[in-house]
Design a protein. Structure first.
Length: 336
């Protein structure tokens, strides 16, 4: 882990040969995945060395695409940067034009990175629950696990803004009670207890669940989800195993919805039809539109724990992995 100086962006170690736009990065952020990469954990990136940073916001400096022109303010979340190709922890970043989105008018560039992949993912989870027809105000409490993290905090704020009775679950209940209630949670509880395998059908508590943790807690949440409820799952911090059985799905009609926010617009699996690729890109633009509509600025700034320089990323990464960070950490360019 070190800061290096390069004369040109093309000298960075993992450049995308299909990149068509150079962005002057103003802000990035610190996600759980970034922290793992900074620590040097294998299996998260394609190849080391690499410039981390799976998100970035900045200004177009050069474009070989008609989609963008110099001076355009843009944001990018996921789309393989920081994992397959050099990411946002740099003053310049070369990316494919289709991966960029215009900066939403409601937010400035720093606020876009307060949202970042965490807020983007939270909005996706809410949209997936809505699309499944399992998220209507008045149906009952909506549980958010891992509520103190970036995704969980954003989910609490969005769901509360939409009028839901939000129950926030965290392993730091006493420390984060006030914070989560300021984001809109009606109740704050500890981590879920209960074995989802030995007791796959527990008391029905949750109309819907946003799970940001995985592991045993996800199994317990599924077991406690109401008849015809749904669980949107994105986290693996507590483990990648699913501690559950088929019984919640076949006896209560519970749905388990997987959410991924990082794959690019032309992801493998969509087929060879460019129209499908463009539809996926339009979906990502719709997520940003919903964030403008449903992410309250006051809550967004409440989630914002710090804006740090690149030099402090390693120490903050360790704090994040140890569960000592709440909400969102923004990374700024030295000149921002």
């Amino acid at each position: 882990r070190e800061l290096r100086q390069f004369a040109d962006v093309t000298q960075l170690p993992q450049q995308d040969p299909q990149a068509t736009v150079t962005v002057r990065v103003r802000y990035s952020d610190l996600n759980y995945k970034d922290a793992m990469i900074v620590r040097g954990q294998h299996g998260v990136v394609r190849k080391f060395p690499i410039v981390p940073g799976i998100d970035m916001a900045g200004v177009v400096e050069r474009s070989d695409s008609t989609m963008w022109k110099p001076g355009d303010e843009v944001v990018l979340t996921g789309n393989k940067i920081g994992q397959h190709f050099d990411g946002g922890y740099s003053q310049l970043c070369r990316v494919q034009a289709e991966w960029l989105a215009p900066k939403p008018k409601t937010f400035n560039l720093e606020e876009c990175m307060m949202i970042g992949t965490a807020g983007f993912t939270a909005m996706q989870m809410v949209m997936e629950l809505e699309e499944a027809g399992r998220l209507a105000v008045g149906q009952g409490a909506v549980l958010v696990t891992g509520a103190g993290g970036g995704v969980g905090s954003a989910a609490v704020a969005i769901l509360a803004q939409l009028g839901h009775h939000v129950v926030a679950s965290t392993g730091r209940m006493e420390e984060l009670d006030g914070y989560l209630k300021r984001l809109g949670a009606k109740e704050v509880i500890g981590r879920l207890a209960g074995d989802g395998i030995k007791k796959p059908l527990q008391d029905q508590k949750w109309a819907a669940v946003v799970d940001c943790v995985g592991g045993p807690g996800l199994g317990a949440a599924i077991a406690q989800t109401k008849f015809r409820g749904a669980v949107a799952a994105v986290g693996v911090a507590a483990g990648g195993n699913l501690d559950s059985t088929v019984y919640p799905f076949v006896l209560r009609g519970v749905r388990l919805l997987g959410v991924d926010s990082t794959l690019p617009w032309n992801v493998a699996g969509l087929g060879d039809d460019p129209n499908e690729w463009e539809q996926n890109r339009r979906y990502r633009l719709e997520v940003w539109r919903r964030l403008e509509e449903n992410m309250p600025l006051q809550a967004l700034h409440e989630m914002h724990e710090a804006t740090i320089p690149l030099e402090e990323v390693p120490s903050w990464s360790e704090k994040l992995l140890e569960g000592e960070v709440r909400g969102r950490v923004v990374v700024r360019d030295r000149k921002s």
